[in-house]
Write a new protein. Structure first.
Length: 249
């Protein structure tokens, strides 16, 4: 489970010198793990849909039973989330990397414990997919809450003292990458973060209630929540084996 995390850490550390070909090579295993986890859940949903609601032998049943179409759709979605994960990883603070390291060990432990707990609650062979489905949601919510709460105590750039144009220029000029494919995306993400931070800070200045401020920060880090969702799927993808896919499908 540590290997994909190390890939992301390496990308974050050496982004200035990595050529595009190497960046794509680094993305490939992360993309595969995310797609694998998404495919497992999609197979479970399709099996329930076809088995419970569709007539045997119908054209819709035969269409949904084609795994190639389902796999291609999951790969397309996983590609989007892989790019989100790689972009957001560049802005993760050092303390969050230590949290994610602990998260990898915790997820492995909780996954095994949850599978044992579910063996008496679900049909044989289904404990793995149900455990991973639960952990994706719970782990993402906890990490998003930790990130939003932690960054509340970090010093933020005073974008409110800049104009919109100055904010966008300042954010875009902070990013330098060797990969021409990722460079525009990283600059666009930096501008989006800066503009969102500017508006959120101005809106939260008048909010005194602590829980309201936390709620505002959670909205601010919705995009980061997508990357943490992808992180959770990536980690859980390392725990999927061929029998698990067979049981799900």
């Amino acid at each position: 489970m540590l290997v994909p995390g190390l890939i992301l850490a390496g990308w974050s550390l050496w982004k200035d010198s990595l050529p595009c070909l190497l960046v794509l090579v680094l993305m490939f295993p992360v993309l595969g793990l995310i797609a694998l986890n998404m495919l497992e859940v999609a197979l479970m949903r399709r099996r329930a849909l076809v088995g419970m609601y569709l007539c045997d032998g119908s054209w819709l049943s035969r269409l949904l039973s084609r795994k190639v179409i389902l796999m291609l759709w999951q790969v397309a979605k996983a590609t989007f989330f892989t790019f989100v994960l790689f972009l957001e990883a560049l802005d993760w603070p050092v303390w969050l990397w230590w949290v994610l390291l602990a998260d990898a060990f915790l997820m492995y432990t909780v996954h095994g414990w949850l599978r044992v707990l579910l063996q008496t609650q679900v049909k044989p062979g289904q404990d793995g997919v149900i455990a991973r489905r639960i952990l994706v949601t719970v782990n993402t919510l906890l990490l998003a809450l930790l990130l939003a709460s932690g960054l509340m105590f970090e010093k933020q750039i005073a974008y409110k003292n800049m104009s919109l144009q100055e904010t966008m220029l300042h954010a875009a000029q902070q990013e330098r990458l060797a990969c021409d494919l990722m460079s525009p995306l990283v600059r666009l993400q930096a501008v989006q973060h800066a503009l969102t931070a500017r508006f959120v800070h101005q809106g939260l200045e008048s909010v005194d209630h602590a829980w309201s401020r936390i709620a505002g920060w959670l909205l601010f880090f919705f995009w980061s929540g997508l990357s943490l969702w992808a992180w959770s799927r990536m980690l859980l993808g390392t725990l999927i084996r061929k029998p698990d896919l067979a049981a799900a499908g």
